[in-house]
Design a protein around this ligand. Structure first.
Ligand SMILES: Cc1cc2nc3c(=O)[nH]c(=O)nc-3n(C[C@H](O)[C@H](O)[C@H](O)COP(=O)(O)O)c2cc1C
Length: 178
């Protein structure tokens, strides 16, 4: 299976990177082809809403790192979103990537992809991720993708904290279970 992992944190060694690393390790150990883009450190501008991509033969007017992601996205059998919680939702970096899906909406809605969400938030209250839960569900519903798994870890501000728990093991197991 072709697995596309899209992370959205600006931190190369943060909490969500720790879970993404473990997930990728698990998926590779199960024989899957994993392609990962750390979008929080890529050059990806927001959708301009210009609708150029909707014109006959049209495509996105922005020429940035999204051009590396879109072909892999269209080809992927499974898409894994990985994001820390920023103000009760995904990061702006990952949201910008998802908004740019608009340029290939038609192809995405016609492909049967599996979708996964991995997220970490600093606070421990169980309502902090409510917005992300419904957002992820609605993205999958709209794209006709199958929502296959969520790993939502609450109460971690730094990587050392989460690495001392079984969350990386859970992420690895999820990757291996695809
Ligand atoms: C701008 C910003 C907004 C944040 N908003 C929230 C929030 O709404 N709720 C929460 O529990 N944690 C919040 N956090 C904490 C992060 O979710 C937490 O530190 C997470 O582990 C960071 O993941 P990373 O190390 O992969 O970047 C926020 C952090 C930042 C920098």
């Amino acid at each position: 299976m072709k697995v596309l992992v899209l992370t959205g944190s600006p931190h190369a060694s943060g909490t969500t990177a720790a879970l993404a690393d473990a997930f990728c390790e698990g998926a590779k150990s199960a024989g899957h082809h994993v392609e990962r883009f750390d979008t929080g450190r890529m050059k990806i501008g927001p959708c301009l809403g210009c609708m150029s991509c909707r014109k006959e033969g049209g495509s996105c007017v922005r020429h940035d790192d999204m051009e590396k992601i879109l072909p892999a996205l269209v080809e992927a059998d499974a898409v894994v979103f990985v994001t820390p919680i920023y103000y009760f939702g995904m990061t702006a970096q990952l949201k910008a990537v998802i908004d740019r899906f608009f340029a290939v909406n038609g192809q995405l809605r016609e492909s049967n992809k599996k979708a996964y969400m991995i997220s970490v938030c600093g606070d421990a209250e169980d309502w902090v991720m409510d917005g992300l839960r419904i957002h992820f569900t609605n993205i999958c519903r709209y794209l006709h993708w199958e929502e296959c798994g969520r790993l939502l870890a609450e109460g971690f501000y730094d990587a050392d904290g989460i690495k001392a728990t079984d969350w990386p093991e859970k992420a690895k197991a999820l990757g291996a279970s695809l």
